[in-house]
Write a protein that binds this ligand. Structure first.
Ligand code: HEC
Ligand code: HEC
Length: 163
């Protein structure tokens, strides 16, 4: 999805202008304004998130899972049966500022959902869609043609016109 090559994040030689350039290349708003543009202070966190988490599969918007689950997923090398390089200090803080603002906490006593199919928030975002038990990361693009560009607002014509 055209992310600029990672720059050394915390090197002192990286100034605001360079960071802004990187972000401008990485998250260019689409012409129709369908992709949420995050406030400038969170954009770098979003970029780091996507660089690391939108590689093997589509990037998931933070809103689809509760905040507590993200905390685990972002820092755990054991990842749904594969090994990943999780975030560590200090980049985790930058990513966390973004993820925690765009996700919501679990309710008291709510069982933690590690899968989208069991996430209440994922279902709340889909009032018109009946998912059943199977929600896969490959399926998003079938209804969200821009999923690989992190655009979950545009829908296929069939869903765009759904009552
Ligand atoms: C090395 C490849 C790889 C990387 C990198 C990766 N993932 Fe995954 N991810 C997977 C695989 C494989 C699965 C399991 C898919 C399945 O079971 O259908 C998965 C599943 C998931 C799921 C569960 C989806 C569901 O409901 O079934 C979430 C959430 C997730 N990844 C988030 C992330 C986040 C956040 C990151 C960045 C920290 C990340 N992934 C980085 C390969 C990766
Ligand atoms: C069967 C079609 C379908 C599939 C598959 C699907 N979605 Fe959706 N999605 C929709 C529709 C339709 C909406 C608009 C809300 C509604 O009408 O239910 C939506 C809305 C959303 C929104 C809210 C967008 C906004 O307005 O900000 C997000 C986020 C989202 N989907 C993420 C995902 C992810 C991630 C996946 C894959 C794991 C996925 N969706 C799979 C149809 C789908």
């Amino acid at each position: 999805m055209g992310f600029a090559q990672a720059r050394p994040v915390f090197a002192t030689s990286v100034n605001d202008t360079m960071v802004k350039e990187t972000i401008a290349q990485a998250i260019t708003p689409d012409p129709e304004g369908l992709v949420d543009v995050v406030p400038p202070e969170l954009q770098f966190g979003q970029e780091l998130y996507l660089e690391n988490c939108a590689t093997c599969h589509v990037g998931l918007p933070p809103a689809v899972l509760p905040t507590e689950i993200w905390r685990t997923i972002l820092t755990d090398p054991n990842h749904y049966g594969v090994q990943i390089t999780p975030f560590s200090e200090p980049s985790i803080y930058v990513v966390w500022n973004y993820i925690s603002l765009y996700s919501r906490p679990l309710r008291d006593n709510e069982p933690p959902p590690y899968r989208l199919r069991s996430s209440r928030y994922f279902r709340v975002l889909h009032p018109k869609v009946e998912f059943g038990d199977r929600v896969t990361l490959q399926s998003c693009i079938g209804c969200h043609p821009g999923a690989e560009q992190f655009n979950y607002r545009s829908l296929t014509a069939e869903w765009e016109d759904a009552p």
